[in-house]
Design a protein around this ligand. Structure first.
Ligand SMILES: [Zn+2]
Length: 450
């Protein structure tokens, strides 16, 4: 069954999700390939799906693992894949460079040199024992868009700049350097490939000794567009081709500490205990319930827990656990946290214990630009693809670029929602669909005065 035909069925199964599906209008009929007489130049251009998927498979050969992809940032495999990409970009007539953050750039000139570039791309580094789609689909789709534009001899008004961000998986170093968000202390951090960030950056042709020089000013990019695999199962389960990303969720993390009284597990009667573990267990259940029952799409997770003294025959005197809340709006995170905190204090009190929360991490939410969302949705419909507006629960380079320019993100389905695993998979036809939406949105953006 075609994905489109599944769309109506899948949506019902999504239950509480506040979904706004846009199913392609059948009356439009199939789209036709490039037509020189089109009123909007190049707007019917399509990518070469065969070339795109062949190249995506070839990219997977730059890997230190047999199955899936292991291409750690700054590794030999990263270097080799970039050299291959450089050749493909030069073949397409792009001017290739590496910036100070070790981001690989390929530029096609625009017909109006006064305009800032439209930026498209993603990353090619992977986690250890990762998959061959995360970052790589978006990178190859961006390369394909550049190649299709060059092959068609199309002159866009804005320059088109292709980018491979450096070290996405190890902390989005390249895109954060681009946005001026890398701290000096980070340069000494040893990455998964064994290279320190400053060393690794130099290996790829960058230089972060002057962080201020590595950043781009806002206004120097007209807009940024990134295609990425969803890494979740919303699109796959709903049978929808294209996700229109509303933004990358913000994250706050706290350490919760529950203090009770450590005592003998055999001699202390059940009604005389100040058991920190019992209070923690009740609080964790409340975290889950509040996150589920509060209207919205927030998620809350307790992922780490430790009991002291941590012996089978001692009532725990202290339990610490992590609390993480994510949402597209930071104020929503704060509201959900406040509700959890109040409930947790009540529950802790009932168990003769005390609870406190200390925040240790924050990542700002990065909404995508509403104009780009509308364009992506419209171009998906023109291509007869069902689309769905959704948040991104995972972090992406677009988050950094959002500090400088309007950003848009397109998702394509991940089979069974599996990612960061050799089992990661996206159907070739979905890769092509996403690349066509990327290309068409890029051309639509070129018509705007950004
Ligand atoms: Zn990624």
């Amino acid at each position: 069954m075609r994905r489109r035909e599944l769309a109506g069925i899948g949506l019902a199964a999504l239950g509480g999700w506040a979904l706004r599906p846009v199913v392609a209008a059948a009356r439009r009929g199939p789209t036709t390939p490039t037509d020189a007489t089109s009123d909007r130049r190049g707007r019917d251009l399509l990518v070469d799906g065969q070339r795109l998927n062949d190249r995506l498979r070839h990219l997977a050969s730059f890997s230190s693992a047999e199955s899936g992809t292991t291409r750690l940032a700054y590794s030999d495999e990263d270097l080799a894949a970039r050299a291959w990409l450089t050749d493909r970009l030069e073949e397409a007539g792009a001017t290739v460079s590496v910036d100070r953050g070790a981001n690989l750039l390929g530029r096609l000139a625009g017909s109006d040199p006064s305009r800032p570039p439209l930026l498209i791309g993603s990353h090619i580094d992977s986690v250890p024992a990762g998959g061959s789609y995360d970052g790589q689909v978006g990178t190859m789709a961006a390369l394909e868009a550049v190649t299709a534009i060059a092959d068609a001899g199309l002159a866009t008004r804005h320059p088109i700049e292709f980018v491979v961000w450096a070290n996405e998986e190890g902390g989005k170093t390249g895109s954060r350097a681009f946005a001026g968000e890398v701290w000096a202390f980070e340069l000494d951090i040893v990455t998964a490939s064994g290279y320190r960030i400053d060393e690794g950056t130099r290996r790829l042709g960058g230089d972060l000794s002057d962080l201020a020089a590595a950043r781009r000013d806002s206004g120097t990019i007209a807009a940024y567009l990134e295609l990425h695999v969803e890494q979740g199962f919303v699109l796959d389960r709903a049978g929808i081709d294209i996700g229109v990303v509303e933004g990358i969720v913000g994250i706050k993390r706290w350490t919760a500490t529950v203090d009770g009284f450590a005592n003998h597990a055999g001699t202390t009667p059940m009604d005389q205990r100040q058991d920190a573990m019992v209070a923690a267990a009740r609080i964790i259940d409340i975290v889950h319930r509040i996150a589920r029952e509060t209207p919205g799409r927030q998620v809350a997770t307790v992922g780490r827990l430790a009991a002291e003294p941590g012996a089978p025959n001692v009532i725990p005197g202290r339990v610490t656990f992590s609390l993480e809340i994510r949402d597209l709006e930071m104020s929503k995170i704060d509201d959900v946290f406040e509700e959890i905190r109040r409930a947790a204090e009540r529950v802790a009190g009932e168990a003769e214990t005390r609870v406190g929360f200390e925040q240790f991490y924050e990542s700002r939410a990065a909404p995508t630009d509403p104009r780009l969302r509308d364009l992506i949705e419209g171009e998906a419909a023109r291509l007869d693809h069902a689309s769905l507006r959704m948040p991104s629960g995972a972090g992406h380079d677009a988050q950094s670029v959002a500090l400088l320019a309007p950003v848009g993100m397109i998702f394509v389905p991940s089979r069974d929602g599996i990612s960061h695993s050799p089992l990661e998979f996206t159907e070739p036809e979905d890769v092509t669909a996403g690349a066509n939406v990327l290309l068409r949105t890029l051309l639509a953006l070129d018509e705007l005065d950004l």
